[in-house]
Design a protein around this ligand. Structure first.
Ligand code: ATP
Ligand code: MG
Length: 543
């Protein structure tokens, strides 16, 4: 059954026989890395192909040679693979440059295109406005013969960049500005990542895109709302040229792009941020790029789950970042092993424990099959500094002078004394184990409400833990995005963790009990494991 308006259109098209098999495409421009907004488009396009037994292609819209690069092509495929989508083929707009050229010639021959000598500024000036019609170009009525000659000379490199354009000849007084003789080819002496030095004229996106769709057999060309006003020209191109190459008559359908609070998805901004070195690269865990999100530890399944849960709509809106995090948390809660990690360690000496003992703890109480592991407890351990208070607030169930607390998976301990430095900061807590209080086998008679995590200092590993805050600070005075960059968006704390973390691979995720979810980062080495905080445990999203 259809669950959104696009699927409703498709089901109707199948029912009425308008299409026999469905074909979609994901059309990135290889001018940057994919971000979570692209994940939304990927979910829609691949999701539809999957649901209706159709096909989905990757098609690179590489019509802007100066901004595009092979690096991005590779990265885009890697990210799509990471999300788990399988494409039926890869195409480049540049594969069709010859055919597009033929389409342009066809339009000239039909009297539907002309070579214009106006420069970009003049064209813009004469376009008119929403209330004013445009002014026809003085070159609009050139003969077909002259247009053909000039267009060949454009192709042959006789003109400089911007000196001439080829424009569709439609209607300068159309209420739709996109129909006012739009430029379809421009002169640009630039090296292209695919066609190298072959061309010095390039088709415009609005002209290229419908041709690409039609020759590939795309049935439903799904795009974001900004292109709604471009649809009449999209249809015009398909109606007026290239028929002998067409495999389908594609239908453009627009949906609202994904916006998330506090996330800037513009590739231009992301690129300049990366170039500025304010962040570690395209894969910086603070960025909404798919490689950044991956390094941050968000599971691919959680991203897809998020995209599906928010649905497909036709009006623009903004989704709370906390909703994304709550999808991530739901996934991690089921899939992550629990370990003990201490981010701000405080030394505790267990005065009456002479020999180390083994304690059994569960790996993941939420797994379908719960497994356990053994950890050692010996004379010196670390606990979280915030789990000991000299002057505890009311209802404080953790460790305090002369108080009791349970060590997770182990004994109840009693605080007998503590040491401080000359600033009064606690440096060590001395505790004794309550006899017969082992977790799961407790007949000590002592009742405690608090359970805290701990790490054996004789069996642990050093951690560097990165925590992330807002990339940009709130704007109250028209600051540029760069001025809004928050230097505190990444902070690092030193911690200790269970020794078993040494066996983890980059990308492995854990819940540090009572703290949050963390992923092992590529910057780790033998002596120091670097973890990125994925999300804290607490859910701030109000479902
Ligand atoms: P730019 O930042 O350069 O304008 P773009 O974000 O539009 O680029 P493209 O490479 O042109 O990136 O996008 C590929 C596809 O992803 C397009 O179909 C586009 O509509 C879709 N897309 C891009 N951003 C979003 C978004 N935020 N939500 C949903 N779809 C998106
Ligand atoms: Mg775009």
């Amino acid at each position: 059954m259809a669950n959104n308006f696009i699927e409703q259109i498709i089901e109707k098209d199948i029912e009425t026989g308008k299409v026999s098999s469905v074909q979609t495409r994901f059309p990135p421009e290889p001018n940057g890395y994919l971000h979570i907004g692209h994940a939304k488009s990927l979910c829609i396009n691949f999701g539809i192909a999957d649901k209706y037994n159709g096909k989905c292609y990757i098609r690179y819209d590489d019509t802007n040679p100066t901004k595009e690069d092979e690096e991005y092509v590779k990265a885009i495929e890697q990210d799509i693979q990471w999300l788990g989508f399988k494409w039926d083929g890869i195409r480049f707009a540049s594969d069709y440059f010859d055919m597009m050229f033929d389409c342009a010639v066809e339009l000239i021959n039909k009297g539907l295109a002309f070579v214009c000598d106006c420069n970009a500024e003049e064209i813009k000036l004469n376009r008119g406005s929403l209330t004013q019609p445009g002014i026809e170009s003085p070159y609009r009525n050139r003969s077909i013969k002259e247009n053909l000659d000039l267009f060949m000379r454009m192709k042959n490199g006789e003109f400089t960049d911007g000196e001439k354009t080829l424009r569709a000849k439609i209607d300068m007084s159309s209420p739709n500005i996109n129909m006012r003789d739009p430029v379809i080819y421009r002169v640009l002496h630039a090296h292209h990542h695919n066609t190298k030095g072959k061309w010095c004229i390039y088709p415009m996106y609005d002209f290229a895109h419908p041709i690409e769709d039609a020759v590939e057999g795309t049935t439903h060309s799904i795009c974001t709302l900004e292109f709604e006003d471009h649809r009449p020209f999209y249809d015009w191109v398909i109606a007026n040229c290239g028929h002998s190459h067409h495999k389908s008559k594609p239908q453009q359908i627009e949906f609202a792009r994904l916006n998330i609070t506090n996330m800037i998805m513009s590739k231009r901004f992301l690129k300049s941020l990366v170039n500025s070195k304010l962040v570690m690269g395209w894969d910086d865990p603070r960025l909404p790029t798919l490689c950044g999100i991956r390094r941050r530890g968000y599971p691919a399944e959680a991203i897809k789950d998020f995209c599906n849960r928010i649905g497909v709509v036709k009006s623009n809106s903004e989704v709370e970042e906390s909703y994304l995090q709550s999808c991530v948390r739901d996934n991690l809660n089921v899939n992550c092993d629990r370990v003990m990690g201490i981010l701000n360690p405080l030394k505790v000496v267990l005065t009456n424990l002479d020999e180390p003992i083994l304690c059994q703890v569960e790996n993941n109480p939420n797994a379908t099959e719960v497994t356990t592991r053994n950890i050692t407890l010996s004379k010196q351990i670390y606990i979280e500094r915030s789990d000991f208070e000299l002057v505890p607030p009311p209802k404080y169930y953790r460790l305090k002078p002369d108080g009791y607390v349970r060590l997770k998976g182990a004994y109840i301990i009693h605080c007998d004394s503590y040491l401080t430095d000359d600033k009064g900061e606690v440096t060590q807590v001395n505790c004794s184990i309550v006899p017969n209080s082992m977790s799961g086998n407790d007949n000590s008679g002592v009742k405690v409400k608090g359970v805290i995590q701990w790490v054996d200092s004789n069996n642990c590993v050093d951690l560097k833990v990165r925590k992330f805050g807002k990339l940009l600070i709130e704007d109250n005075q028209d600051l540029t995005l760069f001025e809004r960059f928050n230097p505190a968006s990444m902070t690092e704390v030193h911690g200790v963790g269970e020794r078993c973390l040494r066996d983890a691979q980059v990308g492995d995720r854990f819940q540090f009990m009572r703290t949050g979810y963390f992923v092992l980062d590529q910057d780790s080495d033998e002596n120091l494991l670097v973890f990125n905080e994925i999300v804290p445990l607490k859910d701030s999203f109000n479902k």
